[in-house]
Design a protein around this ligand. Structure first.
Ligand SMILES: Cc1cc2nc3c(=O)[nH]c(=O)nc-3n(C[C@H](O)[C@H](O)[C@H](O)COP(=O)(O)O)c2cc1C
Length: 348
């Protein structure tokens, strides 16, 4: 019999997939249009998708974002995702390992990711509020190349059994300063604003995942799990809380840290747009999970491979040989997004 914590992992998976099947998210990056040019002066064989950051080298700018582990079922999903990451040579984050710090029999559901992909770029995951020692333990558990620490106040508020203490900056700072691997501070789908980014930079954050709204929605997922109140969906009013991925990328325009975008990525064009707006890397969770659950491992391998080819084509189309050229690509914002940027004093 698995614990309540392990059962929560299964429920997250089931509800996220049920919601995706019902109504896949519309990417907020639809509010950004890239300007086409007929003479890009590039050739496909000149394009490289490599992200060269010494501490964070990726062969593709997109990766499988944190989702599973902690129960028998989600351990199997981790194995399949790890196979995909290995076959396609993309990075992969595991789901929160906090369960494995207490329930040792769940450690294997995370360790399996490293066993399957001994040389891959694997990212550990833990929630804010943990100590630097615990952070080191989850990194060691899977020989991780980087660590994500997620900040998820809205999820905790809506979750019936959620945390009630959100005083996190000091312990986040300790994790960042003591970690042997790069630390990414990550939202889980409510986006970030300029002040949050500055607060994180002040404690030394070098990698920030904006985790914007418009994809998997944890207010909705936790609300669907909540059967403790007499009202159905008691937090429905929070379903559009937070900044979208596109808005968060604009909020991050003046950031010094390397920016990662996650939330509602559905196509290679979404990835490209996020990069044009300043993202160094892009995480994909719900969409890849859906491909895996509704089809199989081979279908996900085929999809990731196709996305890599298509992203290379898109780089060539906009005249970029490498990621650093993408910041030169001209774009326009939809009136709504432009209005947001103006009210937030993010553009002139
Ligand atoms: C089933 C499921 C479980 C998740 N569990 C975690 C987690 O343990 N830790 C974390 O940082 N993010 C977790 N996430 C959030 C994703 O990493 C990602 O930030 C979010 O789903 C937005 O991306 P998407 O719109 O591509 O799904 C989970 C997402 C899904 C779908």
């Amino acid at each position: 019999m698995e614990s309540a914590h392990a059962h929560r992992k299964d429920e997250h998976l089931a509800v996220a997939e049920a919601e995706y099947r019902k109504e896949p998210a519309i990417s907020s990056l639809n509010q950004v249009r890239l300007i086409h040019r007929s003479l890009p002066e590039t050739a496909l064989n000149q394009v490289s998708l490599t992200v060269d950051d010494n501490n964070f080298p990726l062969s593709s700018p997109f990766y499988i974002e944190a989702m599973t582990g902690g129960s028998q079922k989600t351990g199997l999903i981790n194995e399949q995702l790890s196979q995909v990451a290995k076959e396609t040579n993309i990075a992969m984050a595991v789901g929160s390992q906090s369960i494995a710090l207490k329930e040792f029999d769940t450690i294997a559901t995370f360790e399996n990711v490293r066993k399957i992909n001994p040389d891959g770029f694997i990212i550990a995951n833990l929630g804010a509020g943990h100590t630097a020692y615990e952070a080191q333990r989850v990194v060691d558990m899977i020989g991780a190349n980087a660590l994500e620490v997620h900040v998820n106040v809205t999820q905790e508020i809506v979750m019936p059994e959620g945390d009630q203490n959100f005083i996190w900056l000091e312990s986040l700072g300790e994790i960042i300063t003591t970690s042997a691997v790069p630390v990414i501070i990550k939202e889980v789908g409510f986006g970030m604003d300029q002040t949050t980014i500055q607060q994180l930079e002040q404690i030394g954050a070098k990698y920030i995942n904006l985790g914007g709204r418009s994809g998997t929605n944890f207010a909705k997922i936790e609300d669907r799990r909540n059967r403790s109140l007499s009202v159905e969906q008691p937090y429905q009013f929070l379903y559009d809380w937070g900044q979208t991925t596109a808005e968060s990328l604009l909020e991050a325009r003046y950031a010094h840290a390397s920016i990662i975008a996650t939330g509602g990525i559905q196509t290679p064009l979404d990835i490209l747009k996020a990069q044009v707006l300043g993202a160094k890397a892009v995480g994909v969770a719900g969409h890849f999970l859906h491909t895996l659950l509704s089809k199989d491992v081979d279908a996900l391998i085929a999809e990731v491979t196709l996305w890599q080819d298509q992203l290379r084509q898109l780089y060539a189309m906009v005249g970029a040989k490498q990621a650093s050229d993408l910041t030169q690509v001209p774009y326009i914002l939809s009136p709504e997004l432009y209005n947001y940027a103006q009210q937030r004093h993010l553009i002139n």
